[in-house]
Design a protein around this ligand. Structure first.
Ligand code: PGA
Length: 260
């Protein structure tokens, strides 16, 4: 059985609530005639989750899922500025992005913290989209497998002996994010295959066959088909190209066509 494609928009720090509603209206207009066979997810900023959730609740005919961009590992308390899993659950979110390279790099998030976030998410029934990837120096020094492997193994520790519904790994080489310089689909597939092998050895071969491993980093309508034609790439986490509902819908349509 082919794995279901997973196409997720990561809006990062873009979109007000009002813009979110207008975006979703246009996205749905573009996708309405399709009976979606892929997981289609949008991850707005926290402040737009309420309006996105209300809007998507009302649009029952189309299954667009909601994700958050971050989560904190405590349920409540003196953690100024953080958002807890219980707060996120109020918006019926299905997914949460964890360990994005911007959070690791700009906000000093460590593997240890990423682990706590993954564990918290799954304990609250929220599926993590776990981001991993090397920077340009690491790539040039042939350190990709060591760096990505370390991040993946840390994440997998958080997933052993817990009950989870689903999770996704997003391989996002840092040098490809927001640069217009995507990895080649073959190179990306080498790394996603490696991630799948690690899932197989740390969790189980069965789980590794089911779990979606996706690519992120300058994905657009010109390169997306190449990525999902690879055997070990099951979709994409999309930043810049997801900010236009039309462009994001294009990507979803490419995935839908690929599954025929
Ligand atoms: P990009 O971002 O598509 O703009 O490269 C991807 C991401 O950061 O998830």
């Amino acid at each position: 059985m082919a794995r279901k494609y997973f196409v997720s928009a990561n809006w990062k720090m873009n979109m007000t609530s009002a813009q979110t509603v207008s975006y979703l209206g246009r996205l749905i207009e573009n996708l309405r005639d399709l009976k979606l066979k892929s997981n289609v997810v949008v991850c707005p900023p926290f402040t737009a989750l309420r309006s996105a959730s209300t809007y998507l609740d009302y649009e029952k005919d189309i299954d667009i899922e909601l994700g958050a961009q971050n989560i904190y590992w405590e349920e409540k308390g003196a953690f100024t500025g953080e958002i807890s899993p219980i707060m996120l659950k109020e918006f019926n979110i299905d997914w949460v992005i964890v360990g994005h390279s911007e959070r690791r790099r700009l906000f000093g998030e460590t593997d240890k913290e990423v682990k706590k976030k993954i564990r918290t998410a799954v304990e609250h029934g929220i599926n993590p989209i776990i981001c991993v990837g090397e920077n340009i120096d690491e790539r040039e020094e042939d350190e990709t497998y060591r760096v990505v492997g370390g991040q993946v193994n840390a994440a997998l520790e958080a997933l052993s002996n817990v009950d989870y519904k689903d999770f996704v790994f997003a391989y996002e080489p840092i040098w490809a994010i927001g640069t217009g310089k995507a990895a080649s689909s073959e190179d990306a597939n080498d790394v996603t295959r490696h991630i799948r092998a690690l899932i197989g050895s740390k969790l189980s071969p069965e789980i590794s066959k089911e779990i979606r491993v996706i690519y992120g980093g300058s994905v657009n309508a010109d390169n997306f088909e190449g990525f999902i034609s690879e055997p070990d790439i099951d979709g994409a986490l999309v930043g810049s190209a997801s900010l236009s509902p039309k462009k994001f819908a294009e990507l979803v349509k490419i995935a839908e066509r690929q599954r025929g």
